[in-house]
Structures are given as C-alpha cells and as structure tokens.
Design a protein around this ligand. Sequence first.
Ligand code: FAD
Ligand code: A2P
Length: 272
Amino acid sequence: MNEFAPTVAPAAKTLPDAQTVTAVRHWTDRLFSFRVTRPQSLRFRSGEFVMIGLLGDNGKPLLRAYSIASPSWDEELEFYSIKVPDGPLTSKLQHIRPGDQIILRPKPVGTLVHDALMPGKRLWFLATGTGIAPFASLMRDPETYEKYDEVYMLHTCRTVAELDYGRELVTGLKDDPLIGDLAAGRLHYFPTTTREQSPFMGRITDNLESGKVFDYYGIAPMNPEDDRAMVCGSMAFNIDVKEVLEGFGLREGANSDPKEYVVEKAFVGDGI
Ligand code: FAD
Ligand code: A2P
C-alpha cells in the first residue's frame, strides 16, 4: 500500500432538495421555530404547507408536512415546530443549528388560502398549538388586509409560554414596514389558555359559542354574509369548531369550491 496516496475523505452527503438553516429559536421544551433558505423557484400562497425533513438512519428522506409560517413575499422560509420526544422526525429536527441542511420538497399545497373562501368582511383565524403556523404566514400577507376589513386571530394553548411565538409575532407587526399600517387597528389578537391562568381563558369553541369573543369586541355574532374562517388545530378541535361554525350558518369550502370556512389539520395521529 502506498502510504503517500492521497486519502479520499468520504464525500459529504448532498441532500436532495437541500436548504440551509439560517436561524433557530427555542420557545419552550416542546416548541421551536427556524428559518431556512428559500429555493429560488418556490412560489407559494400564504397558508400552504410543504414536506420537509432530514435523512433518516436508513439514508432515505424522512419527511413530514409543515405549514410555511413566513409570508409569500419573504426571502427565507420560516417554520414553527413541535418537539415530539420520540417522534421520528422532530426528535432529530429539534437539534438543527444555523448552517445545517434540511430537505424541502418545493411543492406547496393546502386549503388555508384566500382562494378557498368567498369574499367577506371579517376573517377569523382559529388555531390551537402549532396550528398558528399558517396564520403566521397569512397575518403577514398584505392580501389579507386588502380582502377583509377586520381580522381576528384566536389562538388557544394549554399554557402561557406556548402562546409566546404568536404573541411576539403579532406584537412585532406594528413595526413591520410592509404590514404595520395595514394591520393597525384591524388585526385583533385573542390568545387564550386552558390550563394556566392568563388574561383570557377558555377553549375557542366555548368562547365562540358563549358569545364571549363577540361581546369583548362589541361586534355581531358570526354570520355567513360577513364572516369567513380558517381553522387549524388538532383533529378533536377541528371537528368541534366545524360544528360551531356550521351553527353560525357557515359552510366548508375548498380550493375548487370556495365557501365560508376552510380547515386543515395541524397534525395527524392523535387517536381520532
Ligand atoms: P410523528 O410520528 O409525525 O407524530 C407523532 C405524534 O405526535 C402524532 O401522532 C401526534 O399525536 C403528535 N404530533 C405531531 N405533530 C404535532 C403537533 N404539531 N402538535 C402536537 N402534537 C403533534 N407540525 C408542526 O410542528 N408544525 C407545522 O407547521 C405542521 N404543519 C402540518 C401541516 C399538515 C397539513 C399536517 C398534516 C401536519 C403538520 N404538522 C406540523 C405535523 C408534522 O407533519 C409532524 O407530525 C410533526 O413534525 C411530528 O413529526 P414526528 O416524525 O416527530 O412525529
Ligand atoms: P384543553 O386544555 O381544555 O384540552 P392539545 O395540547 O391537547 O393539542 O390542546 C391545545 C389546546 O387546544 C388546549 O388549550 C386545549 O384545551 C384545546 N383543545 C383541545 N381539544 C379541543 C377541542 N376539541 N375543542 C376546543 N379546544 C380544544
């Protein structure tokens, strides 16, 4: 063996559809957000989701659906993620750092888009947990304020700390050069907790059914002429809130058949 032969380092694995992580922020021991470079060719509608992931132990891509949390005009892409302790993807994804690569399949899809709703006056974003991600995108999209007079963001989590990502985002919008003026006085944020004391308490379903939200803002209850809603949460939440919305006379729409409300699962597999 020639000891002077050049050693060949194993080729660095190049990920298919690789994007580079530019920032990571941990919000709680169960939640983090991160930003990645945006493929030049990627066009998406605010509210859509893509498949992202890492290489699994078997060398094959391990992909999961993720709502894009950044608006469609942003140069980078932002995601807001759960950390499932034994989750195949997030047990690894939670350790990413700036400079690391993730896989991102550039094929955005989803129902939480303006095109899936008929024109209306008031738009309601109804989310539990990480279900706020698509609305983090839509809240920062000028089209939202061009299409609606008033926007209501209802977000419910078990604890106060789990609301932090959304709260910081909404609070920061007033200084946003693009959205600040558009959203001022028209984006109404109603964050509630269910298992820890906070200024606003209770499930979204209860706060809508009891009329507490409408009384708080001094507005008429939801009706199919004026109100449009987008829903994103656990299966249980989605099922229950659909019933509430139907009770107000709203009907479920889709990209191909716009109506008064649309729904997307924030995740699958919670046993329902
Ligand atoms: P998995 O095997 O996928 O999940 C394990 C279990 O963890 C699930 O059975 C479920 O009970 C629970 N779980 C999974 N995701 C969540 C969650 N977000 N909140 C609470 N419990 C959960 N996840 C995000 O964190 N952010 C997103 O923006 C997001 N967007 C999604 C959009 C769509 C359309 C769908 C269908 C799912 C979305 N998810 C999102 C869920 C995501 O696809 C994965 O399930 C999640 O990243 C966990 O992956 P995992 O492989 O670690 O565990
Ligand atoms: P609760 O604490 O009363 O169960 P989870 O972490 O289980 O996904 O829940 C996130 C938030 O969504 C919690 O505040 C929870 O309230 C609420 N939630 C869970 N299921 C429903 C439902 N079926 N209808 C309305 N809110 C729900």
